[in-house]
Ligand binder design. Structure first.
Ligand code: GEK
Length: 243
């Protein structure tokens, strides 16, 4: 399966169903995500650079919600210490079968295991590095604390967690402005108003953004360090925290 196809999923007027990570999405995913998330490529590339700094020898790295393995590949390329395993987890079979192909050719001493599983249920242990790159937003808000707590417990002291998310803003005027700027970003990348509207309808009950304050407060209550927000563009941001 080629994975460089153009995302035309919402081009025709349709009865919009809830968004799922099925075969049709997996086929166009690289195009879809890079034309939808401002800074996606920077965030993925820099996740690898952060791995180079923070992954500890004799430990595990977790890529939670790995999709086609973009972050996994960057981490594998950048780990520079011994005896590290990357465990990449996703619950979409369609995504994982392409991730297998994408990670096959990687030249790295770091082992990669791809697991078809639900990140709310899989165990995390002996971790020095974990990424939730645009995945937490798909977990129901009431289950986010339990997931982050499990990651905290599975991290070694000094372990690092990256969280990248779509965010919202408490002040409606600012929120509205950021959504408009995001839609402008998508329009500039070739999406029509119909595609933007239909995608928004498909995803609004599935992807639930929170404010930066909500993320920061939860992380600190669980015991993480003060979050470092290292990237933000409009209503998308990435932060890292330490145990
Ligand atoms: C990237 N990190 O390229 N368990 C496992 N996987 C899940 C779950 C769950 N409970 N819920 C959603 N997913 C990737 C991009 S995409 C982001 C991540 C996006 C998976 C889902 O199947 C999908 O592959 C991924 O989380 C979210 O950097 O599409 O906006």
């Amino acid at each position: 399966m080629k994975n460089n196809r153009r995302d035309l999923l919402f081009q025709e007027k349709q009865n919009v169903n809830n968004f799922t990570f099925d075969k049709r999405v997996a086929k166009v995913f690289p195009d879809m995500i890079s034309r939808s998330i401002p800074g996606y490529k920077i965030i993925i590339r820099q996740s690898g650079k952060l791995a180079a700094k923070f992954v500890q020898p004799n430990s595990n790295c977790y890529d939670l919600g790995c999709s086609l393995g973009a972050t996994t590949q960057e981490v594998a390329r950048n780990v520079n210490v011994e005896n590290v395993s990357i465990i990449a987890i996703d619950n979409s079979e369609a995504m994982l079968s392409q991730a297998k192909i994408n990670t096959n050719g990687i030249r790295s001493d770091t082992s990669i295991s791809l697991i078809n599983g639900d990140i709310r249920l899989t165990s995390i242990n002996n971790a020095s590095f974990a990424t939730l790159n645009f995945t937490l937003q798909f977990i129901s808000v009431s289950e986010r604390r339990a997931l982050i707590t499990k990651i905290f417990k599975g991290l070694k002291p000094g372990g690092c967690l990256i969280i990248s998310e779509k965010i919202c803003f408490k002040e409606p005027r600012i929120d509205h402005k950021m959504v408009k700027l995001h839609h402008q970003f998508k329009r500039q990348r070739g999406y029509s108003d119909l595609e933007i509207r239909q995608k928004r309808e498909a995803i609004e009950d599935v992807l639930v953004p929170e404010t930066v304050d909500e993320h920061v407060n939860r992380l600190k209550k669980i015991g993480f360090s003060e979050p470092r927000i290292w990237f933000q563009c409009y209503n998308f941001c990435s932060m890292y925290v330490f145990k």
